[in-house]
Design a protein around this ligand. Sequence first.
Ligand code: G3I
Length: 374
Amino acid sequence: MVAQSNRRDTIKMLGALGLLSACGTTAGAGVGGTTPSLSALAQKKGLRFGTAMAAHQLNDPRYVEIVLRECGALVAENEHKIYVILGQEDNWNFAPGDALASFASQNDLRMRGHTLIWSHPRWLPDWLNATTFSPSEAEAWLDMYIGRVAGRYNPQLYSWDVINEAIDADTGELRETPFTKAMGVDAITHSFFAAREAAPDATLVYNDYMSWEEGNEAHRGGVLKLLERLLKDGAPIDAFGIQSHSNYNMPDEFTPERQRAWRAFVDEAVGMGLDIYLTEFDVNDTRLGPDIAMRDRLIADYTKDYLDMMFSYGETKELLVWGMVDKYSWLQTFFPRTDDVEKRPTVYSSDYEPKLMRDAIAASLRSAATRTVG
Ligand code: G3I
């Protein structure tokens, strides 16, 4: 079982099974080689590079090999979410999250937590959405849940998305959850205090998906307002997680005008003294034509432009991608294409071959300025 061995043993075992790709030393089809690893390139600049991983991927040796070769950090794609941990009231399920945490520690991968409170009713368990709390009950529940989950993985997890997606993307207002219904914005502030208590040394992050895309103005404005409010109220928030999915607009729509608006937004966030974590990078190609070479080129060009801009901020401390291999990407089922063509949103193809996106990430890391490790 892969999760039982350390990184050296795992790589040795995969090699013996003939599962190591040749691209560690030679160039893959149409792209540069894969040494040094993305993690090594990032580390040189005081950055971290890593990926989201799902527990079932621990059983895919080829996926594991890519993660171990390229990454220095890991985040659970779904396994630390409330709907997994406490999908049913009083029935705690830590098994899949624990499996990923053990894999990380046995293989010297750093791990971050996603997410203590997903402040969006769609992703809260039904039983929780159906619960009505008084303000003091909501506070006690948050203390209990955050204390237990963040405490369980303390001090292993170096960072937590304490709150994910608290702002309604259409209105820019705070989303209603059982907690905000009871406590208003204090539910968010309080969650940060509870996380600080349970994981005193972890970097605490507010994470959201607002982007440079058209129609994101209200979302961006709402997020800045929330961050300002949290900081004014003294919430122990260390970093702003910019998920970095491109969801609606295509990679060739990152126009100079949108880039200017995006830069103004990021300027405001770093102006508040927050570090920036790029937590979930991938590129949607829903509306691009089927030609693979064309899609890969546009995606790579966008990746380079976006990351160059984001790494130009010394406050940017890490890049985590939302999956390393196309076939496992959430985008294969969300935002469906009208044809049957497989999307190409991640770093490696479904044949486990590095794509032009990998070259783009490597090039951006190479040209990034060195920063203080955060
Ligand atoms: O586990 C069940 C499985 O038992 C069932 O057979 C299958 C049938 O649909 O569903 C499985 O659950 C899915 C789960 O992922 C695990 O794969 C859910 O349907 C699916 O909705 C869920 O989607 C995840 C989504 O968050 C919602 O939690 C995606 O994998 C995950 O990539 C996505 O990640 C989010 C970040 O957490 C926050 N930012 C946006 C990002 C992309 O949406």
